[in-house]
Ligand binder design. Structure first.
Ligand code: PEP
Length: 256
């Protein structure tokens, strides 16, 4: 059984009180779902260590929402991969569309971050996906190929071993308009085939998550698809009850 890979991306939300409450509630129920799910919580950088101290005993992991390309030095406001590693971070989200949009992050920059994370044996969660115009113009696969090719070019055929991919169509993120699970399944299959074609290694363990307006009402439709290996959840992951419902749905599917 391949566990579902569920990531809570809290973005720029939460404070000490809300985070403490969330973790207290989660800890009281989580043992039921850990058998079926690998769970990563990605809070804002400032709360990473607090979350880590709270969850390290219960086998939930922490993820950073981004990292700088520099490891140290005169880079005011940035966070180094060495610092993330130092406090116990295992996963780092990169290439999120909000970083690409609001911080002008290019595929080249994302690739640099990818290499840096892997060089320190942390695991990148690489976000890829098309925007609304690209979808309307039937360019989804072309966009995804470009986003993957730069990784292959820089890091070779083994790049995607021990890597998570999050397919996040930009038009579905934070809009309440989740993609159709059948559409997502077809894109995930395409991504797997594309990576397999270049990779001589066994990629059965490659994990591709879907992200974009997932909630407890639509999660089942995604998690039932054979090539949707998990979910990257934004706003619904801020509400403990919603997040727990999604973990239950995921567990029920695998339990069958
Ligand atoms: C995200 O942050 O990657 C995301 C998918 O957000 P939401 O679930 O709110 O659409």
């Amino acid at each position: 059984m391949k566990k579902k890979f569920i990531v809570a991306n809290w973005k720029l939300n939460g404070n000490i009180e809300t985070i403490s409450n969330f973790l207290k509630c989660l800890k009281s129920k989580i043992s039921l779902y850990l058998k079926y799910n690998t769970i990563v919580i990605a809070p804002s950088t400032i709360y990473l260590e607090r979350v880590y101290r709270n969850i390290k005993d219960i086998n939930i992991f922490i993820g950073a929402q981004d990292v700088d390309i520099n490891q140290k030095g005169a880079f005011t406001g940035e966070t180094s991969i060495l610092m993330l590693q130092d406090i116990g971070v295992q996963y780092v989200i990169i290439g999120h569309s909000e970083r690409r949009l609001f911080h002008n992050e290019s595929n080249e920059l994302v690739a640099k971050k990818f290499g840096l994370i892997k060089s320190l044996n942390l695991i990148p969660i690489l976000c890829i996906g098309e925007n609304e115009i690209e979808k309307k113009q039937n360019n989804t696969k072309k966009v995804i190929k470009n986003q993957l090719d730069i990784i292959f070019e820089n890091f070779g055929e083994k790049a995607f071993i021990n890597t998570i991919i999050a397919y996040e169509p930009i038009w579905a993120i934070g809009t309440g308009m989740a993609a159709d699970p059948i559409y997502v399944q077809s894109i995930h299959k395409f991504i797997k085939n594309y990576i397999n074609q270049y990779n001589t290694n066994n990629l059965e363990n490659l994990i591709i998550q879907y992200g974009g307006s997932v909630n407890s009402k639509n999660a089942k439709g995604f998690l039932e698809q054979p090539d949707i290996d998990g979910l990257l959840i934004g706003s619904a992951s801020l509400i403990y009850e919603e997040f727990l419902k999604i973990l239950k749905i995921s567990s029920d599917i695998l339990y069958k």
